[in-house]
Design a binder for this molecule. Structure first.
Ligand code: HEM
Length: 406
């Protein structure tokens, strides 16, 4: 399909890749893309895919390689740290990816994660209990960041006294690194990676040597024992990936979701009156305020024509804009309406296909526990209590701070 592109749309697409102001409120831009250029080539050569059908197709097509993209976009100098960094589920393709997923899927399956609900709820209650007086807080700093890191550490079996150390490593590792990063920053990041890897290596060795505990690390080691085995590099890589992938996304999903609720007072009231709506509310937050704007890049291994008729050329980097797919009127009715009672909501905020989010059940569990608790305790009178700013992040659409009072 040949599409006459307006230069200002390409300019907007270029700025979307680097400018967080465009990322903070991308909805009109996404609509223009879907309507006029569903498969668009930016000046840097990255292709943006914006309709639901095309994103679905990209995420399910094994002719689009995550491994190639990971190797191409890694800004770390070649060596051990870079090798460790690309030993992750989301950097693998095909048979090796399937092998790794088979080993780690079971502990993260919905029925196994459901067992952890009481523990997740008690962490959420504990984090909230510390914030009751005064009746105000920065929700991000005081609730939605501490909660996922504590839940992940507890579920993985990281001892309590090491949670703070883990938080520090994660904050360094989550800072985006690119070709323009300073030497000092690259070193800081490499040190954090080496420190975290060494720490996880000791913890794994302890678990393998001792009796299994009631935690996900023991569960991963136990499924291993039933057949295939993860190499040490793979196990460390996946554990670091879980901490990495499970932290920023969940924290922002909860904060963006709460922000959305507070901007729609009738929906806020509804949830405060009916906390049992927490599950559909969380699905709608994931659709309407999708925190992960796009899936990670893929490289097209051959020319591929998508359902919209656009073709991505062999060798190019492709970004599936899952947040744009979530507002596509071809797949969802009233796409720009935030409705926490919405049923039949097959958003792709957790991706799709082989790389579908491993932690989706866990993230849902954390968010549903949180919104149920907020609805029971303080949502009815809650309000935004200060200026809001969006943060500069390369993938996640998230707030810098969310000051609230109740
Ligand atoms: C609301 C929170 C979350 C959102 C929106 C989210 C979103 C996503 C998305 C869109 C992908 C697909 C990436 C791609 O195909 O390029 C993904 C993959 C992944 N996520 Fe999540 N995620 C969340 C929470 C979590 C949590 C809590 C964990 C783990 C504890 C986790 C672990 C992973 C892993 C390991 C992958 C890679 C899976 C693979 O490649 O096989 N995520 N996530």
């Amino acid at each position: 399909m040949t599409v006459a592109l307006s230069p200002d749309l390409v300019a907007q697409a270029d700025s979307f890749l680097v400018d967080f102001d465009t990322r903070a409120n991308p909805w009109e831009f996404f609509q223009r893309l879907r309507e006029t250029a569903p498969v668009l080539r930016t000046s840097s050569g990255t292709w943006l895919i914006s309709t639901y059908a095309d994103c679905q197709s990209v995420l399910k097509d094994d002719r689009l390689s995550r491994r190639e993209a990971a190797l191409r976009t890694s800004a770390l100098p070649a060596g051990d740290a870079a090798d460790q960094y690309t030993t992750r589920l989301v950097c693998e393709d095909g048979a090796n990816h399937r092998r790794l997923r088979r080993i780690v899927n079971l502990p993260f399956a919905p029925r196994n994660i459901a067992r952890w609900t009481p523990r997740i709820m008690s962490v959420a209650e504990d984090v909230l209990a510390r914030r009751r007086q005064p009746r105000s807080m920065d929700f991000l700093e005081e609730f939605s960041y501490p909660l996922p890191i504590r839940v992940l550490c507890e579920l993985l079996g990281v001892p309590h006294e090491d949670h703070a150390r883990m938080g520090v490593w994660m904050s360094v590792l989550l800072e985006h690194i690119n070709e323009t990063a300073s030497e000092e920053f690259t070193k800081q990041k490499m040190d954090a990676m080496v420190g975290l890897s060494a720490y996880l290596r000791d913890l794994v060795a302890e678990r393998r040597a001792g009796a299994p505990q009631d935690d996900l690390m023991s569960a991963m080691i136990a499924t291993e024992a039933e057949g295939d085995r993860l190499s040490e590099r793979e196990l460390i890589g996946i554990l670091a990936e879980l901490l990495h992938a499970g932290f920023e996304s969940t924290a922002n999903m909860m904060a963006d979701g709460l922000h959305c609720l507070l901007e729609h007072p009738e929906q806020q009231r509804l949830l405060a009156e009916q906390p049992q709506l927490a599950e559909s509310a969380v699905e709608e937050m994931l659709r309407f305020a999708t925190p992960v704007l796009h899936a990670l890049p893929r490289v097209a291994l051959e020319d591929i024509t998508l359902p919209s008729g656009g073709t991505v050329a062999q060798g190019v980097l492709v970004l599936a804009l899952v947040a744009s797919a979530a507002r596509d009127p071809e797949y969802v009715q009233r796409p720009d309406e935030f409705d926490i009672t919405r049923q039949d909501n097959p958003h792709i905020g957790f991706g799709l296909g082989e790389h579908y989010c491993l932690g989706a059940s866990l993230a849902r569990g954390e968010a549903v526990s949180t919104f149920r608790l907020l609805a029971q305790e303080m949502l009815a009178t809650m309000r935004i209590d200060g200026p809001i700013a969006w943060k500069d992040h390369h993938i996640v659409r998230g707030l810098e701070a969310l000051p609230i009072a109740w």
